[in-house]
Design a protein around this ligand. Structure first.
Ligand SMILES: NC(=O)C1=CN([C@@H]2O[C@H](COP(=O)(O)OP(=O)(O)OC[C@H]3O[C@@H](n4cnc5c(N)ncnc54)[C@H](OP(=O)(O)O)[C@@H]3O)[C@@H](O)[C@H]2O)[C@@H](O)CC1
Ligand SMILES: [K+]
Length: 532
């Protein structure tokens, strides 16, 4: 697993590492520039003319080291220095001096352009653009001069490399600077990040703009050994594959888990049909689905292998007395928000509490949970909110606040808060509801209240209805098949994402949840082959 650190922690790690090794921070800048230069050469070996854009901080210093290596290797260099030399201090200043002191070949081109000159010059002869404008030190919205140069650089249809993090991305949150509703950020094809990954590099717009992410540790092999707590960890499917429940060659459907999906109120059948299909196609031995009777025929026609039970009102749920037949319950997709749904929510949750069968709560299930925050959930339940649902769950106050007549300050966080604080929000929700929280979004954050993992990424094709229902079905299925709820949440999240990528291929639009469910089935079977 890959630790993800805050910028503050990275700075402390860098300092402590340098102290431990008895080296100057300037040495780290040298290593950063040298390693980025090597990576750029590996990625774009044909590049003979390097355009390097610098600000005035340490990120600029890294860029000046890249420029020196490029010149020493015999390449042409255009340095777009939007801050003049006199504004440089400390290590970046040293890097300037070293750059200017080298003897270049008489045929080599080495131009230094200020901002105005750069804006007036045709820069299209460059083969490669290196962004050393700003790194982790950026605060607030980008100043105008940076926006201007970014616009020019982004227009160049040349490979683009960002040093440490693309200019305009905030390394702690992964969000980016905007101006007049437009993102002001360097659009990198690759980013060489130094020392350790920053939390924001797995979240939000960073996923859109950083391109291929390459980590150069600069010799810091054990970032965890410096006493800095990572904010979260990242991991991939390869690291999760062992969490797939084993499937024996001999046995029956009764050995492979029975998943129960409940939702699909009147006129709302699609969501629970998708969730139940995902549960079945990812390997549950049996799947039962409770759905409003008006939707039952639809369920049967889409997936007759699912044991559909139609309900009219909450009183039909009396028949759901024996829950011990199920190993996991997915509850909420399309349940509805009317009084029938409310009663079903309360009845089912009460029944589940008595059994301790893990429950995956999603969609309208979360809506009702926010209204009944003190309803105890079965142990190891899983909540799967998106940002809007997370807000509702965070803002919800305990009912006893109302019954005792106390007035508590309304938290009233909004989705912008959730997006900005994804790790903290997932941890807070997990604690508040004593559950595992799967906070969906660009970089899904999974927390049990203590540890947090960031999985999956972002893809335009994933912005479509029904994918959340598929995820609910997948998590429920893996629990039913024997995975611990935590493991099921991790595995399902990553499989769901990887399947969506593979199904989407080159498509950015029009991918359906049903296709992704098929993709999940293929991926589960590929994993099965790897581990068996
Ligand atoms: N520490 C180490 O050991 C190592 C660090 N390394 C490297 O250092 C980088 C971090 O360096 P850093 O802290 O100097 O920050 P950096 O990103 O260069 O920015 C500072 C400049 O930004 C400016 N600025 C701020 N906000 C702004 C805005 N909104 N709009 C416009 N300007 C804004 C600010 O200007 P000021 O606000 O002071 O006027 C200042 O000039 C890190 O990403 C990595 O690349 C590597 O070499 C490995 C070793
Ligand atoms: K940068």
């Amino acid at each position: 697993m890959q630790p993800l650190f805050s910028v503050d922690s990275i700075k402390k790690i860098e300092r402590n590492f340098a102290k431990q090794e008895g080296i100057e921070l300037y040495e780290l800048m040298q290593r950063a520039g040298a390693s980025a230069f090597e990576q750029a050469r590996r990625l774009w070996p044909q590049a003979g003319h390097w355009l390097i854009a610098t600000g005035a901080g340490n990120n600029a210093g890294d860029g000046l080291v890249v420029a020196r290596h490029a010149l020493l290797a015999g390449f042409d260099v255009t340095l777009v220095a939007i801050k003049p030399y006199r504004e440089f201090r400390g290590d970046p200043e040293k890097a300037w001096q070293e750059l200017l002191s080298i003897k270049k070949d008489s045929h080599q081109r080495f131009d230094i352009l200020g901002l105005e000159q750069a804006l007036d010059t045709d820069l299209s002869s460059a083969d490669l653009v290196v962004d050393a404008l700003l790194g982790t030190g950026v605060k607030g919205a980008l100043k105008d001069e940076y926006c201007q140069i970014l616009e020019r650089l982004n227009q160049l249809s040349r490979p683009k490399l960002a040093l440490d993090i693309p200019t305009g991305i905030y390394a702690d949150s992964g969000l980016c600077s905007t101006k007049n509703g437009k993102d002001t950020v360097f659009q990198a094809d690759a980013t060489v990040s130094f020392v350790a990954l920053k939390t924001g590099q797995r979240l939000n717009q960073a996923l859109q703009y950083q391109g291929e992410l390459i980590l150069e540790t600069l010799g810091v092999r054990h970032a965890l050994s410096f006493g800095e707590e990572p904010e979260a960890y990242g991991c991939n499917l390869q690291q999760l594959k062992e969490k797939l429940p084993t499937r024996h060659d001999v046995g029956s459907k009764f050995d492979c888990g029975h998943a129960l999906l409940i939702g699909g109120g009147a006129h709302l059948g699609g969501a629970v049909i998708l969730a139940a299909s995902a549960a079945l196609k990812s390997g549950a031995g049996m799947v039962s689905g409770w759905i409003h009777h008006s939707q039952q025929a639809a369920g049967l026609s889409v997936c007759p292998e699912i044991m559909w039970r139609g309900y009219n009102s909450h009183s039909d749920f009396q028949e759901l007395a024996d829950l011990s037949r199920y190993q996991a319950v997915g509850f909420g997709p399309g349940l509805g928000r009317d009084s029938t749904a409310e009663q079903i929510f309360l009845d089912v949750i009460t029944k589940l509490q008595a059994t301790d069968i893990p429950c995956v709560l999603d969609a309208d299930g979360l809506y009702w949970l926010a209204k009944y925050t003190s309803v105890p959930l079965p142990v190891q339940s899983v909540l799967t909110p998106h940002a809007g649902e997370a807000c509702r769950l965070l803002n919800a106050q305990e009912e006893d606040v109302f019954s005792t007549g106390r007035i508590e300050p309304q938290l009233s966080v909004d989705t912008a808060y959730v997006t900005q604080n994804r790790i903290k929000v997932a941890q807070t929700l997990a604690k508040k509801y004593s559950a595992i929280c799967v906070l969906k979004g660009a970089g899904t954050v999974i927390s049990d209240g203590e540890q947090a993992l960031v999985l999956a990424g972002a893809h335009p094709a994933m912005m479509t209805a029904g994918l959340g229902d598929a995820l609910t079905g997948l998590i429920t299925s893996f629990i039913a098949q024997g995975a611990k709820p935590w493991d099921a949440a991790l595995l399902a999240t990553e499989i769901h994402y990887e399947a969506a990528l593979s199904v989407a291929a080159n498509r950015r639009r029009g991918v359906t949840a049903s296709e992704v469910i098929e993709g999940c089935s293929i991926l589960v079977n590929q994993l099965d082959q790897v581990i068996n």
